[in-house]
Design a protein around this ligand. Structure first.
Ligand code: HEC
Ligand code: HEC
Length: 298
């Protein structure tokens, strides 16, 4: 009797294991289902800046490599360990020069590598997944115009990478967010801002608190909370005007454009200085769109 029970329990456990294994398995986008699209390089460059790719994919300070190119290797310290974001220049051997559009969409929108491994969510693909696929294709085309840098990937310093990556597959299914839809009751500039902030800008990845599963708590969108990289706090972006942090959307746009240089000192710590610098590279109309949307958060 006892052995039968043990066998039954073991069988159940095995089934559950297979179920979890199956549920966590990666899926690839169908290359034939990608939109037919002529890449717009200028748009790709904007997305590269608002996406902040260089902030994580820049080389290590002591590498001697060009800091303006995303050849990777600078340490990114996270609560699970230290990661070394890889080389995303078009080098065929060590970068992403041999990748297809489908490989790129898999990685940036779904967090899945060409060989079907799950990327850890320090790579903010939950937000990037909300981008229009055409925009992701423009971003890919832009990256392919950068000079290729040969820089092999550094080994990450994380425990049990294989188990962890497999577990991330399940997490990805729970953490995925819907694509951003136009709100017809709002202006075009507001909608543009909402898209930049919630999609490529991935502002919520830091400014929205997370639940115990490290999933963004959308009911608390932009309410601020502990820094996801594990140090300090991230402030709320709600009611910035009502709380008299900025006079109006115009001043908020100035702050986003100028940062510390304009004596706006609340945009400098915890990775925000890099975000602010990336925003300052955008055309004015996009900076205003971001400010317009942020000012509406209550
Ligand atoms: C907050 C940090 C961060 C930002 C911002 C970021 N990435 Fe990454 N990225 C990572 C990390 C970390 C990895 C590795 C993840 C892993 O191995 O699980 C990664 C991996 C990748 C990969 C997979 C490369 C490979 O060789 O497997 C691609 C492609 C990529 N990022 C593109 C981008 C693009 C494009 C942007 C800007 C739109 C961007 N990343 C912004 C952290 C970041
Ligand atoms: C890597 C995490 C991170 C990301 C991503 C991020 N922020 Fe921040 N943000 C911070 C931190 C930390 C601060 C506080 C900085 C300080 O105190 O100097 C901050 C401050 C700010 C402030 C000033 C708030 C105040 O009270 O005056 C604004 C505005 C802001 N962020 C907007 C944005 C926008 C827009 C985006 C997306 C394009 C964004 N942030 C993405 C971490 C982040």
């Amino acid at each position: 009797m006892k052995t039968r029970l043990t066998v039954a329990i073991l069988l159940l456990a095995a089934l559950l294991g297979v179920g979890l294994f199956w549920a966590s398995s990666p899926t690839h986008v169908d290359a034939a289902a990608l939109p037919i699209h002529t890449p717009d390089l200028a748009n790709g460059e904007r997305l590269y800046h608002i996406g902040g790719c260089i902030s994580c994919h820049h080389p290590a300070d002591d590498s001697g490599a060009d800091m303006k190119l995303p050849s990777g290797g600078a340490p990114l310290v996270t609560p699970i360990g230290t990661l070394y974001p890889p080389n995303i220049t078009p080098d065929k051997a060590t970068g992403i020069g041999a990748w297809t559009d489908a490989n790129f969409v898999d990685a940036v929108q779904h967090g899945v590598s060409p060989v079907g491994a799950h990327y850890v969510p320090a790579f903010p693909y939950v937000s990037y997944g909300r981008m229009k696929t055409e925009d992701v294709l423009d971003l890919h085309a832009y990256l392919m115009t950068l000079p290729a840098v040969s820089a092999p990937r550094k080994e990450d310093d994380i425990p049990f990478p294989w188990v962890l990556r497999r577990g991330v597959g399940l997490w990805q299914k729970m953490a995925a967010l819907p694509q951003i839809t136009e709100d017809s009751s709002q202006s075009a500039i507001w909608n543009r801002g909402a898209y930049l902030v919630n999609g490529p800008g991935h502002c919520a990845e830091c400014h929205t608190p997370r639940n115990a599963m490290m999933i963004m708590d959308t009911d608390q969108a932009f309410a601020g909370g502990p820094h996801p990289e594990g140090r300090g706090q991230v402030p709320s972006l709600r009611d910035l005007i009502g709380r008299k942090k900025y006079k109006d959307a115009g001043e908020l746009a100035d702050a986003l454009k100028q940062g510390e240089e304009g004596f706006y000192n609340d945009l400098s710590k915890g990775g925000m200085a890099e975000v602010q610098h990336n925003i300052s590279l955008l055309p004015d109309e996009d900076i205003h769109a971001i400010a317009e949307y942020l000012s509406s958060l209550k």
